[in-house]
Design a protein around this ligand. Structure first.
Ligand code: PAF
Length: 284
């Protein structure tokens, strides 16, 4: 049975006892509404640490005004049942008051210039809020390793940057995106989609595939091919499709050769989805 801890003190005591037994600690930060993508992170964590702590916390700090904070699914009981079936874990499910005892924390981690691009351009303050809660979780749990998903590529980039910039003693593991058989990347927000939107959402993975297919023509050809797929789908409102340098998270020039990432974000009705895929750009 999965243990559920609600307080920081309980987490610290559990970690201290594991450490006293010489056990290592792995952390999987989540906002709950767990799906197979999260469970794959948990399974990965179980191969990397002896004690696996899964945090489940819908962090108000990372939602911009007018976003889906209120309607974001909170399904703790179902999440715990899924974890029970997946691996031996301890859940940390704090309240907002427990995490932000003195109100919304006035000290924030700032994500820097990359935090204002792409997701950050559409969701002001999102990455400052995300990094602040991730830093708090790192300080509470003090894990040896923390596992994040590649689907949130910009988040993974910025967490890595924070860990390097602030000398946080944690190893990061970025696990691959899990997809439906039809290619749709798993996301807690997929449950908001109507049937028609879910079918139109396949344009995201389709656009990434088209970009990869056009990669021999260079970054601009890949962008054009990817965007064309999304623009052809009437239910999809494209936010961005870009080819970026993995080292800088900035768009690559047309002369770029090597391993890059094609990233996409689009809105379907009231739901915003993101996805990404590796793309190899050959010298031309
Ligand atoms: O990826 C998420 O679910 C969240 O951004 C995270 C990392 C748990 C921080 O709230």
């Amino acid at each position: 049975m999965t243990d559920i801890l609600h307080t920081i003190a309980e987490v610290r005591a559990t970690v201290a006892s594991a450490r006293a037994d010489g056990r290592t600690v792995a952390l999987v930060p989540t906002m709950g509404a767990l799906h197979s993508g999260h469970l794959s992170l948990v399974e990965r964590a179980a191969t990397l640490g002896d004690l696996v702590i899964v945090s489940i916390f819908v962090n108000p700090l990372q939602f911009a005004a007018g976003e889906d904070l209120e309607r974001y699914p909170r399904t703790l009981e179902a999440d715990v049942a899924k974890l029970d079936a997946a691996a031996d874990t301890v859940v940390f499910a704090p309240s907002v008051d427990e995490m932000y005892t003195h109100g919304p924390s006035s000290t924030r981690v700032t994500a820097g210039p990359v935090g204002d691009l792409f997701e950050g351009a559409t969701r002001p303050g999102h990455f400052d809020g995300t990094l602040t809660v991730v830093a708090k979780l790192f300080n509470i749990v003090q894990p040896d390793v923390a596992v994040f998903g590649q689907k949130d590529a910009q988040q993974a980039f910025l967490v890595r940057q924070m860990v390097a910039d602030l000398d946080v003693p944690v190893r990061l593991e970025i696990a691959p995106t899990v997809r439906e058989a039809d290619g749709l990347a798993l996301s807690s927000r997929n449950r908001y989609l109507t049937e028609a939107e879910a079918s139109a959402a396949l344009a995201l993975s389709g656009a990434l595939a088209a970009a990869v297919e056009a990669s021999s023509g260079g970054a601009e050809a890949a962008r054009v091919a990817g965007r064309a797929v999304l623009e052809a789908e009437t239910l999809v409102e494209l936010d961005y499709l870009e080819v970026i340098d993995r080292e800088t998270y900035r768009p690559v020039g047309d002369d770029f050769a090597g391993d890059a990432l094609v990233i996409v974000a689009a809105r379907l009705g009231t739901t915003r989805l993101i996805d990404n895929r590796s793309i190899a750009l050959p010298p031309r």
